[in-house]
Design a protein around this ligand. Structure first.
Ligand code: SF4
Length: 337
């Protein structure tokens, strides 16, 4: 049996029953793909249902308040993806008459839709013969073809994409793309389960015993450490929050007023100063984002400084405003104290 056929047969009998696989609605596929760029299937599935319940159509998403969209996204992180979804929905309404674009070139015009997402939507919803290349696919293909160069480089990505398109089953591109992703998610894992793999007879890395060394990646970008002191002000059951508008983490989300310190030493000095005046403190918290580690401590202060600015949000309405995960952790500690 050829490799493509073996892959499809395996997929038909092993694919997980996921809600976005029940039809070929491009809107549903798009939302699921963007959510799955953020999180795993188990955690992402409730978000998928919640998102479609709140915004059942492209039009509903395009016309929603931004805060509503960010709020439904709350907990997934990377809020720029939620804002891009809404912007792209507005593009579809304005530029494509409310109809989802059906060519790869047009799909790429949508904000936030890169080559991977365009290929996934195009192949699954419209049968377009384009290979979708995400992390799972890179892992499977680099092993299947024993591709030993660095994959996370411009040349590496180009060569893997070329291999992916050569290997693509043009008769069934949607199922083919999903089958490789599913194989990467269930069998060709970082520690591969080669004894259960339908591609084993043709896998070059299996033959060369190199599978656990692939894909080869260049070292990760260095992580930046940032230090913040946050302040809780509460008055008449309302809390003072600032909407973050700068080009920085948590843009458009609400958070506690803050001071950023640029060295560990300055942070420690500030912690000691605040500790003397505070009625409550959270203890030092470390929060990990993709390229940044946030070290913070939050203090509850009774008096308000002239420099404190923001909006007074009722404590009982906190669930209705978009806030980052770290804020929710801090509030859980504070309200549980
Ligand atoms: S044989 Fe092993 S390394 Fe090769 S594709 Fe299958 S699971 Fe991956």
């Amino acid at each position: 049996m050829n490799t493509n056929k073996a892959l499809l047969n395996w997929y038909q009998s092993n694919k997980r029953d996921l809600p976005w696989r029940s039809n070929r609605n491009p809107y549903h596929i798009w939302i699921s793909e963007v959510i799955l760029q953020q999180t795993r299937v188990v955690q992402g599935t409730p978000y998928f249902h919640r998102f479609l319940k709140n915004f059942p159509t492209i039009q509903a998403l395009a016309e929603a308040e931004e805060n509503e969209v960010l709020n439904v996204w709350k907990g997934l992180g990377y809020y720029s993806r939620a804002r891009n979804l809404q912007f792209a929905a507005q593009q579809i309404m304005k530029e494509f008459n409310g109809e989802f674009p059906t060519t790869h070139k047009e799909l790429l015009k949508l904000k936030g839709v890169g080559p991977y997402t365009a290929a996934a939507i195009g192949s699954i919803a419209f049968n377009l013969p384009v290979a979708a290349v995400d992390g799972n696919v890179i892992r499977v293909l680099s092993r299947l073809f024993n591709y030993t160069s660095i994959v996370n480089s411009t040349i590496g990505m180009k060569e893997i994409s070329a291999l992916a398109n050569e290997f693509l089953n043009e008769q069934a591109p949607g199922d083919h793309n999903q089958a490789i992703m599913e194989l990467g998610a269930l069998v060709c894992l970082p520690t591969p389960k080669c004894d259960r793999c339908p591609l084993q007879p043709s896998c070059a890395a299996f033959a060369a015993k190199t599978q656990t060394t692939l894909p080869k990646k260049s070292p990760k970008k260095s992580i930046k450490i940032r230090y913040f002191v946050f302040k809780i002000n509460v008055n008449n059951d309302c809390i003072l929050l600032e909407k973050r508008t700068n080009e920085d983490i948590w843009k458009h989300l609400y958070h506690l007023p803050e001071i950023e310190l640029f060295t560990r030493e300055d942070f420690q000095i500030e912690q000691q100063n605040w500790m003397k005046k505070a009625k409550w403190n959270s203890g030092e918290l470390k929060h990990i984002l993709t390229h940044q580690h946030i070290v913070s401590e939050t203090f509850f202060m009774e008096e308000l400084n002239a420099s404190d600015k923001g909006e007074w949000i009722p404590l009982r309405s906190l669930d209705d405003v978009p806030t980052p995960k770290l804020f929710q952790t801090i509030m859980d500690l504070y309200l549980g104290a």
